[in-house]
Write a protein that binds this ligand. Structure first.
Ligand code: NAP
Length: 303
């Protein structure tokens, strides 16, 4: 039987509708409007398109969305001063610095300068530590892993006691999603294994997974016979494997493939995310969710 397809597009749309309502309620009860600033240094075309997409989503949800464009030759000290200004601004609840930054600026120094309570990307070492501790300490989960957890929960998959195998140990996907799934509590409480290039018998680990999360960046790495029948498969991989002409626009677009052989895997898995249209649409949505959370935290602190 063919697997249930977990649509990140649909789930992201559902969450955005919920957020819109939360924003309206917050505004009505406290007068607070979630404020998100995106700082773009330079004019890298890919960065411009990411920043534009974030700004548009924020506006659609009713946020106060600011895009702060800075020139390529902005000095590091001036960028740090700008972050400090937004750190102190009560109308701003989330600060994003679009990466990559020009080579003369130390990215780590800049990201660490963001107030952890406005770090809606969830990558500040303080927020990484908070996730490690778990429970009430957690403020912002990093967006892609948070999106993965939402996909698992909203697809109806039982996580309590489930065998979760994560392929990949990067700081942005593998490690945080492993940490999220082993937390004690609803939507997690799983038994987690993390595998990587040093792992022996990768296939044997994958075969045990009730929930298999693959974030390796290797097209077709996970073979269909590595999947336990009925498992939930979350394919995070986004790999450009060629180009094609879009039927919609007539322009050249990338052909994207995941880390799992989707067509064969869907005949074995119980549920599976497609690429594109699976994890991808969740990342910006979770960024918005974090910003609403940040605004609510500020409202709470003022009571
Ligand atoms: P990354 O930093 O390159 O990390 C890849 C991880 O996979 C590493 O831990 C690596 O192991 C492991 N790995 C690579 N090849 C392997 C193999 N043959 N066997 C076992 N493990 C292997 O990548 P990332 O940033 O986590 O991203 C992973 C994928 O997810 C990419 O395709 C990326 O484009 C995609 N992604 C998508 C989204 C989204 O949809 N929103 C967001 C982020 C990432 P070692 O540590 O041993 O090298």
């Amino acid at each position: 039987m063919s697997a249930k397809i977990i649509s990140g597009k649909d789930i992201a749309a559902e969450i955005k509708e919920e957020l819109k309502k939360e924003v309206e309620e917050l505004k009505a009860s406290t007068g607070i409007v979630p404020g998100l600033v995106t700082i773009l240094v330079g004019a890298d075309p890919a960065s411009i398109s990411y920043v534009t997409a974030k700004g548009k989503t924020a506006k659609d949800l009713g946020f106060n969305s600011i895009q702060d464009d800075q020139s390529e030759d902005l000095k590091e000290d001036d960028l740090l001063a700008l972050i400090d200004k937004y750190n102190k601004d009560d109308s701003i609840h989330g600060i994003l610095v679009q990466l990559p930054l020009p080579k003369h600026i130390d990215e780590k120094k800049v990201l660490n300068a963001i107030d952890p309570d406005k770090d809606v990307d969830g990558f500040h070492p303080v927020n990484v530590g908070r996730l490690m501790i778990g429970g009430d300490e957690v403020k912002f989960l990093p967006c892609t892993p948070a999106g993965i957890q939402e996909l698992i929960i909203r697809s109806g998959m039982e996580t309590n006691g489930a065998e979760v195998v994560v392929v990949g140990r990067s700081n942005i996907v593998g490690k945080p999603i492993a940490n999220i799934m082993l937390q004690k509590g609803a939507g997690a409480n799983s038994t987690v294994t993390v595998v990587h290039t040093g792992t022996k018998n990768l296939d044997e680990h994958c075969k045990r997974a009730d929930i298999l999360i693959v974030a390796a960046g290797v097209p077709g790495l996970v073979k269909p016979e590595w999947i336990k029948p009925g498992a939930c498969v979350i394919d995070v991989g986004v790999n450009r494997v060629g180009e094609k002409i879009s039927e919609k626009t007539g322009r050249k677009i990338a052909i994207l493939k995941g880390d799992v052989d989707f067509d064969a895997a869907k005949e074995i898995a119980g549920s599976i995310t497609p690429v594109p249209g699976g994890v991808g649409p969740m990342t910006i949505t979770m960024l918005m969710k974090n910003t609403v959370k940040s605004a609510k935290m500020l409202a709470e602190s003022k009571k």
